[in-house]
Design a protein around this ligand. Structure first.
Ligand SMILES: Nc1nc2c(c(=O)[nH]1)N[C@H]1C(S)=C(S)[C@@H](COP(=O)(O)OP(=O)(O)OC[C@H]3O[C@@H](n4cnc5c(=O)[nH]c(N)nc54)[C@H](O)[C@@H]3O)O[C@H]1N2
Ligand SMILES: Nc1nc2c(c(=O)[nH]1)N[C@H]1C(S)=C(S)[C@@H](COP(=O)(O)OP(=O)(O)OC[C@H]3O[C@@H](n4cnc5c(=O)[nH]c(N)nc54)[C@H](O)[C@@H]3O)O[C@H]1N2
Ligand SMILES: [Mo]
Length: 829
């Protein structure tokens, strides 16, 4: 079978022909079946083709993608899955009683399909009521999530734009990915180290002698990007493997799991207990002091507060505990010798610490990256080629040399003027309180830390500590979610279901009947990336990409841009005009491109005309030589006076006076080992002796693509797999393929057993993102890990989210319950 035929087969196999779409009008541009056009996704860019207005398949193109991943096949498969939302729908109880309905019926009521006109009116009337009775802050429009790529159809920025026009809203700050690292590191190095540039790969390949993958699984997580990946980082991981053979470069994986990347590289494994990296790093620093390899000169010249911290390590601080290898060995579950050996290696070799973000999704998660920067300071190679640290090698092709692309505009939150957002093409973060300009200026928007949404709904008016400031929770009466899946992403799903009952109204705008859509009152069907025109970029700025409409929207789905315009039309012409500024989607696409081209022209770069760009599918930018030589913090090392860091001392703050002044008991003035409530050493472990870790999935982007055949690649009897060590399995008489109940006081789920030595004894591993499928007693029969994870904050500093928990496992002996979440929900006949 030819490759092309195979791809088509894959697409068609999962389709199950939809009668809804068959008779629909096919626009002129799609009459030319089989014409391949550039389109893109979080998994890569490709050329796509259609037949009779339906998305048929994709071809991978070398210029667009260096290392195509299987996830792109899911983009085709999901389009016509039976979980696609075909029409606007309302929960029956809500249709009858509106905001006064019985909220405990969410997820249980039947659905009633309605017309777009009815849906627009229903949404607009409820917005009017809530604005009038409670004001803008009572509307949560901060809906978080990994919506599609594309500058125009950014469902969240557009939601903010609509709500700003109507009267403002409560939004969010930070994100579930980097909540703790983004809050803590500006206090330590003056920048958000989760997003900061890292030393370029060519430099690492030439100079590093030791690469430490610390809580990072880059071969898994680089499959996707926030923009569009071209997967260039895979070339460098291949070269890294070559360097291991060629010149003995050593790769060490410090992780409770021997992960995908470690396996590929055949890396050494230090199997640390979950959430105990901080004592490990402290003991390495201690042993480096003792063996004379701690870089005292670096500490003196480039850091602030090392002396106080050393006292803490040496047992001269209040706690009187000596943080030596013997002390850490017990906590971390590794041997004293292993720790001393790490101190010896790091102290004598050019060492690059590549930290991921998994370890900071935990109680006291702030400490991980603070301590890692401290350890790198003790090693003293920050600013040298191949040494120091970098916390983005695992994400969106981090470390790949890239051009600085001319920055244009994206559709912004600020209405009146749509030119303020800097993030071409629209994939920027939604910042702290969005700025509102022009005639819509008088908005008193408020931003809550994103992972405190349940605390906020449960405690209106409560004043909380947050990042050295105070914040008062608003009263939330309504939540509008677009392009995110809270009933997947937020810890403690059962608590979320209970808490959301306090909302008068919950609206979800998505392409699929996700767990969140099923828990909503009103559901609005969005078209997918391949069903509309848009514009985006390769994440590393190498190309601007055309996103061609490949297929007609499924059923009655509409683009996010059209949906908001339709709601605003219920308010009036002025509101619509403020939103669209007189442009349709294609008008915006051209506008964004021209803005970039203008900047390019000014800086002497050549960009093709819009028409040439649209025809070809991309515009390319050259990578400058200097980008290949980039060494993180080299300037600071060269001259720490003229290139001082953006911290109060201008240096790396091992001790922060600002944090000290905040006076938090759970985030102190220097990196500190504070036992979390749930870890293998806590009292709770007597009842729940297994430590669950929940890393990111191999064949999904969070919950996305779980409704495709990709799930068959991993599932066991239709359940999400759970990795368990042979000893733990034996103790519970478990074998490969068994179905188990995984539980703690927060909830329970079913999972399929994989017995493997790739997970440390005492630890179990389940990937986040399996669709939530609760039975009548709340047992998730499919395996959404967040029913087990606590909602509690990381600390008063970041107020971030966690991703680990203590649990117990037992064999599930009843008949296997049917999975319902991948079928259509119940509609009223
Ligand atoms: N236990 C645990 N939980 C975690 C994590 C973990 O490690 N462990 N990781 C956390 C992290 S880092 C993150 S980023 C979050 C991710 O959480 P989310 O980003 O909420 O997860 P996704 O499944 O990507 O949800 C995106 C939703 O957007 C929808 N969508 C896609 N395209 C469009 C569109 O064009 N229009 C509209 N309206 N909708 C669209 C998709 O169908 C999908 O339902 O999860 C967090 N949760
Ligand atoms: N395929 C795929 N790629 C993705 C995503 C996806 O959903 N699917 N999501 C994307 C997003 S939004 C994000 S934020 C990034 C996430 O990037 P990360 O947060 O770095 O990814 P994780 O998989 O959560 O964790 C990375 C590693 O940390 C380990 N780990 C967990 N707890 C601990 C601990 O306490 N100590 C140590 N040392 N290690 C620990 C895990 O076992 C795993 O190997 O990935 C992105 N890439
Ligand atoms: Mo994330």
């Amino acid at each position: 079978m030819k490759r092309r035929d195979f791809l088509k087969g894959v697409g068609a196999g999962a389709v199950g022909v939809s009668s809804l779409n068959a008779g629909s009008f096919i626009s002129d541009e799609l009459m030319n079946d089989e014409a391949k056009k550039v389109s893109a996704s979080h998994f890569g860019a490709f050329k796509a083709f259609s037949k009779n207005g339906k998305f048929e398949g994709i071809d991978h193109i070398d210029e667009l993608d260096f290392f195509p991943v299987s996830l792109t096949q899911g983009v085709v498969a999901r389009t016509y899955d039976e979980t696609r939302i075909a029409k606007p729908a309302v929960r029956k109880g809500y249709l009858e009683k509106g905001y006064k309905s019985d909220k405990s019926k969410r997820g249980k009521d039947e659905w009633v399909e309605i017309s777009w006109d009815e849906a627009y009116k229903l949404v607009a009337d409820e917005l009017k009521r809530v604005y009038k009775e409670y004001g803008g802050q009572s509307i949560y429009g901060g809906s978080y999530g990994w919506y599609c790529v594309g500058s125009v159809n950014n469902p969240q920025a557009l939601l903010g734009r609509m709500l700003n026009i109507l009267g403002g809203y409560t939004t969010r700050t930070l994100n579930y990915s980097q909540h703790a690292i983004s809050a803590i590191t500006p206090h330590i190095t003056g920048v958000d180290e989760g997003n900061a540039a890292v030393t370029a790969w060519p430099v690492v390949l030439e100079h590093s002698e030791v690469v430490v993958l610390w809580g990072a699984d880059p071969l898994n997580t680089n499959q996707i990007a926030w923009g569009v990946p071209d997967h260039e980082s895979y070339i460098y991981f291949k070269k890294l493997k070559e360097q291991m053979k060629k010149r003995g470069l050593k790769v060490i994986n410090i992780d409770p799991v021997y992960n995908n990347t470690a396996k590929y590289l055949n890396a050494e494994h230090i199997a640390v207990n979950p959430t105990t990296d901080v004592p490990l790093m402290m003991a390495i620093c201690y042993e480096m002091i003792k063996n004379g390899t701690a870089d005292e000169n670096f500490l003196k010249k480039y850091t602030s507060g090392a002396e106080a911290f050393k006292k803490y390590l040496l047992g001269e601080a209040e706690d009187k505990v000596v943080k030596d290898a013997k002390w850490a060995a017990k906590i971390c579950g590794i041997s004293e010798d292993e720790i001393k050996n790490l101190a010896k290696i790091f102290g004598s070799k050019r060492t690059m610490i590549m930290g991921g973000w998994g370890p900071q999704r935990a109680r006291h998660g702030e400490q991980f990256h603070w301590m890692a920067i401290t350890l790198a300071s003790f090693i003293g190679q920050i600013g040298l080629p191949g040494g120091g640290f970098g916390f983005a090698y695992h994400y969106s092709d981090g470390g790949t040399p890239s051009p600085a692309m001319p920055v244009g505009s994206a559709l912004s939150l600020a209405s009146g003027k749509a030119t303020t957002s800097s993030a071409f093409p629209g994939l920027g973060q939604i910042g702290i309180t969005p700025s509102v300009e022009g005639e819509w200026k008088n908005r008193s928007n408020i931003a809550i830390p994103v992972s405190r949404i349940l605390d906020c709904i449960n405690n209106p008016g409560l004043e909380i500590d947050f990042n050295c400031k105070k914040l008062t929770f608003p009263q939330i009466k309504m939540a509008y979610w677009a392009g995110g899946n809270p009933f997947h992403h937020h810890p403690d799903t059962n608590l979320m279901a209970k808490t959301f009952e306090k909302l008068d109204t919950f609206i979800v705008q998505d392409c699929f009947w996700t767990a969140s859509a099923r828990m909503a009152d009103i559901v609005l069907p969005a078209s997918t990336e391949q069903e509309r025109n848009d514009i985006t970029k390769i994440h590393t700025n190498k190309k601007i990409l055309a996103m061609h409409k490949i297929a007609e929207p499924y059923g009655e789905a509409k683009s996010d841009y059209e949906i908001y315009s339709g709601i605003l039309a219920q308010f009036g012409e002025t509101e619509v005009k403020a939103f669209t500024e007189g442009r349709d989607a294609m008008g915006w696409i051209k506008h964004f491109y021209e803005a970039s081209k203008k900047k390019a022209d000014e800086s002497g770069l050549k960009m093709p005309s819009f028409d040439e760009f649209w025809e070809k599918g991309y515009a390319e930018f050259k990578v400058p030589e200097s980008a290949k030589e980039y060494v993180k913090m080299a300037d600071f090392r060269k001259n720490p006076i003229t290139n001082r860091l953006g911290t109060p001392s201008g240096k790396i703050e091992i001790f922060s006076k600002k944090i000290e002044k905040a006076g938090y008991s759970d985030c102190k003035a220097h990196p500190t080992w504070m036992e979390p409530e749930e870890w293998l050493g806590s009292k709770k472990a007597e009842k729940y002796p297994l430590n669950l870790v929940t890393p990111h999935p191999k064949y999904r982007l969070h919950s996305q693509l779980n409704n495709t055949w990709l799930r068959d690649l991993e599932e066991i009897k239709g359940r999400e797999p759970v990795w368990i060590h042979p000893d733990d399995a034996k103790a519970r008489k478990l074998q490969n393929g068994d179905i188990v109940r995984v539980f703690n006081d927060r909830g329970e789920l079913l999972a399929g057993v994989v017995v493997t030595e790739n997970v440390k004894k005492g630890v179990i591993r389940m990937q986040e993102g399996a669709w939530w499928d609760p039975d009548k007693d709340g047992l998730c029969v499919h395996g959404n890990v967040n029913v087990l994870v606590p909602n509690d904050k990381t600390s008063s500093l970041a107020c971030g989210n966690q991703a680990t928990a203590l649990v117990q496992i037992e064999k599930f002996k009843d008949d296997l319950p049917t999975i319902k979440v991948f079928s259509k929900p119940k509609f009223k006949a």
